[in-house]
Design a protein around this ligand. Structure first.
Ligand code: SF4
Ligand code: SF4
Length: 480
């Protein structure tokens, strides 16, 4: 590189702090609000490229997953259901009851920590690749708009033009499709909150659920408004995750970056011209495709949703001008400012390990939760009872929670010592999702008593299998 790297860095630094520099006015305003305070509608060009293809594949897969998850059933339950009203949650086929609130809280906390660490390390990849808002807007609604109204230039012309037959026809077609899709999305989301079966039942007796139907149309209209009009403003001003970026991202975070050392000074180089320019030919292709209307060459901005469209756009240009790809790429500010490939830094590797650990914790909590929860506590106020001349017994309260959809029969056996467990009323039967309480005696021979207070182990048996192991304290008279 013949350019002096330090010189470019200094020029950039100076420009960034020069109050007379018009180029930094982007810092003072949103790209989607004009100086008169009016909304500037973005009509980004559609991109093609490797990342766009992958993003479309991921987006379509996630859309299919969104529809499929409440429809797939495991042991008669949906694969995913978050019924807040009845406080029943099914996550990846595992049923959680109100008694599992603690586990759910732990899982949510680990997930929150995961999101924070992931953002600190990998930036807003979630926004660009997985966020439902981006997927709906870029993969569904925007494509339909282009299909009906044509390229961004044609869209602008149509919007500015008179309400003739063509405009009325196109706008009505777009609105009808947008509203129908919004209605479909709202109903799919409802499947997550009440289960598909219940939704079918409610749909078959609509006359009994008029308030619910009104609510569905209110949400549908809100969805319609978002995708017709509000659009990227959700990411720019409404999304709390987007607002947090300012505190989560630092110079080591991998973000979508413009390589200013390689690209500057930008400009066209005409044939025979001797002016030395960087690789950026100032073609604006990266700005034209940006769904939030920013110029990534100004540096990382809060508006950037990391959609990668500008990478594909710039790579296409680099191909045409026979320069290496990657003038805009996934890289940290550290990597760009030093001009050295950082790759996977120790911090990224360390954080990635923590992220894997958090995921492992999340799934362990999810899949190792026992179906039957048993709590045995000594009955307060009672010590021990003599049984005949050779045995002692302790009285305990037992609480059994059945977290499955089937009734469970539960029995308790001694596992660490000889003796007898007697549940008052016999084996416990617990109905699905409910709890039962009872009392039990543990009787052991005086010969086996080792201390005035010692631990004994119990097996919880259900369906002929040991489903849990618990320890209790046995009280006995002082043994001399
Ligand atoms: S697409 Fe690439 S070459 Fe064109 S303006 Fe953007 S950064 Fe410069
Ligand atoms: S700057 Fe690039 S990655 Fe960021 S939102 Fe715009 S097009 Fe997407």
């Amino acid at each position: 590189m013949s350019k002096n790297i330090e010189e470019v860095k200094q020029q950039r630094e100076h420009a960034a702090h020069d109050p007379n520099n018009q180029d930094i006015s982007y810092r003072d305003k949103l790209s989607t609000i004009s100086t008169e305070g009016k909304r500037v509608y973005i009509h980004p060009k559609m991109t093609k490229g490797k990342l766009t293809t992958w993003r479309n594949i991921v987006g379509v897969f996630l859309l299919m997953l969104l529809v499929a998850m409440p429809l797939i059933k495991i042991n008669g339950d949906p694969f995913m259901m978050l019924n807040l009203i009845e406080r029943k949650f099914v996550i990846f086929g595992v049923m959680f009851w109100p008694q599992d609130t603690f586990i759910l809280l732990l899982m949510m906390l680990s997930f929150l920590l995961f999101i924070i660490l992931f953002t600190v390390t990998y930036g807003r990849i979630f926004c660009g690749w997985m966020c439902p808002q981006t997927i709906f807007l870029e993969i569904v609604f925007r494509r339909i708009e282009v299909w009906i109204e044509g390229s961004p230039a044609k869209q602008r012309k149509l919007n500015e033009g008179p309400w003739n037959g063509e405009k009325i026809l196109k706008k009505i077609a777009k609105w009808v499709i947008f509203y129908t899709l919004s209605f479909a999305f709202v109903n799919i989301i409802i499947w997550y909150f009440m289960s598909f079966d219940k939704w079918l039942l409610y749909a078959s007796e609509m006359d009994k659920h008029i308030p619910g139907i009104i609510l569905i149309f209110i949400f549908t209209t809100a969805f319609f408004g978002i995708y017709l009009w509000f659009r990227e403003q959700i990411c720019l001003i409404a999304c709390p995750y987007g607002r947090m970026q300012g505190v989560l991202i630092d110079p080591s975070t991998i973000v979508i970056s413009y390589d200013y050392l390689r690209g500057e000074p930008r400009g066209h180089q005409k044939k025979g011209q001797v002016k030395e320019t960087g690789d950026c030919i100032d073609c604006h292709a990266c700005v034209d495709v940006c769904p939030t209307g920013i110029d990534i060459r100004n540096g990382t901005q809060l508006e950037c949703v990391n959609c990668s469209a500008c990478i594909d756009a710039c790579d296409t240009v680099m191909d045409k001008v026979k320069k290496p790809k990657g003038l805009i790429r996934y890289a940290s500010e550290k990597e760009i400012s030093t001009g050295k490939k950082v790759g996977f830094s120790p911090r990224i590797i360390a954080y990635s390990f923590v992220l894997v650990g958090l995921l492992a914790f999340f799934f362990t909590m999810l899949f190792t939760r026992s179906d039957v929860e048993v709590v045995v506590l000594r009955t307060p106020g009672l010590l021990y009872q003599e049984v005949g001349t050779d045995s002692l017994s302790n009285l305990y309260n037992i609480k059994v929670v059945n977290k499955t959809r089937q009734a469970q029969k539960v029995d308790i056996k001694l596992s660490s010592i000889r003796g007898e467990v007697k549940i008052i009323g016999g084996e416990l039967t617990v109905r699905p999702g409910e709890k039962t309480e009872s009392v039990l005696f543990v009787k052991i021979s005086k010969k086996d008593v080792t201390d005035s207070k010692f631990k004994i182990a119990l097996d919880v048996v259900s369906g002929g299998e040991i489903v849990d192991k618990i320890k209790i304290t046995f009280i006995s008279p002082n043994i001399q």
